[in-house]
Write a protein that binds this ligand. Structure first.
Ligand code: ASP
Length: 340
């Protein structure tokens, strides 16, 4: 297919919801940009509650980066959410290890990997961004930094997640090769591979009243992962990317597949080439299928994107992926399109 045809195809495949428009001001012949901003977009249904906290900041003309931090702190503190923060599922050895990253409109970014005992890894990531000359702190070093900055050491393993882990241990073969996402996916019991019962991350993207972008991503990662395993979520470019000239993207699903294609950066670069958010997400998902067509049928990966016009969209491998949007015009959970 010619590049031009591909480009046209991408432009035609629009976002699930396009809220931007240019209207001719009556009588003046001038065009007024009617971008629906501010706007916040986040992964999954639970993003809807997180968006409320982000919206409070955006609605008061606050900065996108402040909004996304406040937004994702909501599921981080929720013990009933077993895929993020406090109450997250532990790794194979019973440790809850958290991954998070944040990015602002100036390419500033901060990340923590495999952080234990801290309810709000996103706020530690933000401090890494603002208070250190580094971008990533991992493991004990990240914990040490958090404690030195006033965060409290807590037990993140709730009785519910401990019970699920002990249940898993009964059958678990402690072998690195085990394909955890396949084990978790039982087609008969779970129509949504990679759905809420298995592994979900909150990725949140926002555009503020000034038109600046910010993004945050936080997770407890794949349930029962190997101790020390880090997924896509805290990796700038994989689980999250923000380019204030173009747009932002984030992901959820099997992180290893997202890292391989540097997924969120890919989505943003596709938008730079003219792809609409949904089309860019679809192209990234297709890149995963191209590498491993068979495996891609059994796992979930979904991308969400937001561009500088306030257009947003998503695409996933499997059915069941969703994303939540809040703006002046809309407050809604959308079902993402998918390949399978
Ligand atoms: N992407 C996360 C990870 O691989 C998990 C998820 O979003 O479901 O750790």
């Amino acid at each position: 297919m010619s590049t031009r045809r591909k480009f046209l195809q991408a432009s035609v495949l629009g976002s699930a919801a396009i809220l931007t428009d240019e209207k001719v001001l009556a009588g003046t012949g001038k065009r007024k940009n009617t971008i629906d901003q501010p706007v916040v977009v986040s992964t999954w249904d639970f993003g809807k509650t997180a968006n409320i906290a982000a919206w409070e900041i955006l609605n008061k003309k606050g900065r996108a980066v402040d909004a996304v931090e406040a937004g994702v702190r909501v599921p981080e503190a929720d013990p009933d959410n077993q895929t993020i923060g406090y109450g997250g599922m532990p790794d194979r050895d019973g440790y809850v290890t958290l991954d998070a990253c944040i990015m602002d409109e100036f390419y500033n970014c901060g990340s923590v990997m495999a952080l234990q005992h801290i309810v709000h890894p996103i706020s530690v990531a933000r401090l890494v961004m603002e208070k250190t000359p580094h971008i990533v702190l991992a493991g004990d070093g990240a914990l040490q930094f958090a404690l030195a900055n006033g965060f409290k050491k807590e037990n993140l393993l709730t009785p519910e997640s401990e019970k699920a882990w002990k249940e898993w241990l009964k059958e678990a073969k402690y072998e690195p090769e085990i394909n955890i996402e396949n084990r978790l996916y039982d087609k008969d019991k779970d129509p949504m591979p990679g759905g809420p019962d298995n592994h979900d991350t909150i990725g949140m993207l926002a555009m503020d009243a000034k038109g600046n972008l910010g993004g945050a991503c936080t997770t407890s990662g794949m349930a029962f992962k190997m101790h020390g395993r880090v997924g896509d979520s805290p990796i700038i470019g994989a689980g999250l990317y923000v380019d204030n000239e173009i747009g932002a993207a984030t992901s959820s699903g099997v992180g290893e597949e997202v890292i391989r294609i540097v997924g969120s950066h890919l989505v943003v670069e596709l938008m730079r080439q003219g792809y609409k958010p949904e089309a860019a997400c679809k192209e990234a998902v297709q890149r995963i299928i191209k590498r491993s067509p068979e495996k891609s049928k059994k796992i979930q990966v979904g991308f969400v994107a937001l561009n500088k016009k306030g257009e947003y969209g998503a695409y996933a491998l499997q059915k069941g992926f969703s994303y939540s949007v809040r703006s002046n015009a809309v407050e809604k959970v959308f079902r993402s399109k998918s390949i399978y």
